[in-house]
Design a protein around this ligand. Structure first.
Ligand SMILES: [Zn+2]
Length: 264
């Protein structure tokens, strides 16, 4: 255990107990960690989706913890554009936000900008300004509208595609798959006037046909849900991520970051 983790563990027995969920001997993983967030905001009473809601204060602590360890939060297209960090002492962590919730602009963006961080937000191209109607929760979480997405883009946040309607892609016929993958790219490029090069498979559902559709549409990278850290960028359409959950303790977060393992 290094000093930083030891400091994080001084919460006492409770923290030590939590740490037992992880294999301490699991080695540090090479490669750039890619964190998967969804909503930044308060949990809702009794909601099954709370695991995907990270409180704003926890989010700010996580960003500060990254800063203290020499990490800078980056967008996925920065990683693809320059696989080695620009300065040797800089460590990068890619921050991604799935679904495009309005709370990301209201609560995550100020915290990111204050620290000089960037990130990638994967939005559902045909649901802008709507709600997450693919989840069984009423009322739904408000999604970013077109103007808000332009504002995020203008602030240096990468806009990626999470499909047109958040459907599982492997079961779709070719024409609908193309509409979800290539159609959403076209919609979002029309919105921001910039290339959309990053894709995120809804539900982490992909197979070789879906990967090929994403590649053929002109994307450069795609992320999955499966936990871990991809060692390098040799398979850029199956980039692993580390899920950051609203139930994570600080220790969980630090261990997931370095060990590439997140509790599901
Ligand atoms: Zn999603």
């Amino acid at each position: 255990m290094n000093g930083a983790l030891l400091a994080a563990a001084t919460g006492g027995a409770a923290a030590l107990g939590l740490s037992l969920r992880f294999n301490w001997r699991r080695p540090r993983r090479p490669g750039t960690p890619i964190l998967m967030y969804h909503q930044v905001g308060e949990p809702r009473s009794g909601s099954a989706l709370n695991k995907w809601r990270v409180r704003e204060e926890d989010f700010r602590w996580q960003l500060d913890a990254l800063s203290r360890r020499g990490y800078r939060g980056a967008a996925l297209n920065e990683l693809l554009g320059a696989p080695e960090p620009p300065a040797t002492k800089t460590r990068r962590v890619v921050l991604t936000f799935d679904d495009g919730y309005r709370g990301v602009k209201e609560r995550a963006l100020p915290a990111l900008l204050a620290r000089g961080f960037s990130a990638t937000v994967f939005v559902v191209a045909d649901r802008l300004g709507g709600a997450n109607d693919w989840d069984a929760e009423t009322p739904g979480e408000p999604l970013l509208g077109a103007d808000e997405i332009r504002a995020l883009h203008g602030a240096g946040i990468e806009i990626g595609s999470h499909g047109a309607t958040h459907r599982a892609l492997t079961s779709l016929p070719d024409a609908e798959l193309t509409r979800e993958v290539a159609g959403s790219k076209e919609t979002l490029e029309g919105l921001t006037g910039a290339p959309v090069t990053s894709f995120c498979y809804p539900y982490g559902d992909f197979d070789d046909r879906v990967v090929e559709a994403v590649r053929a549409a002109g994307y450069r990278a795609a992320t999955v849900i499966r936990g871990g850290i991809s060692r390098d960028l040799s398979d850029p359409f199956r980039l692993k991520r580390i899920a950051v959950r609203g139930t994570h303790t600080r220790l969980d977060f630090l261990l997931a970051l370095t060990r590439g393992r997140s509790r599901l």
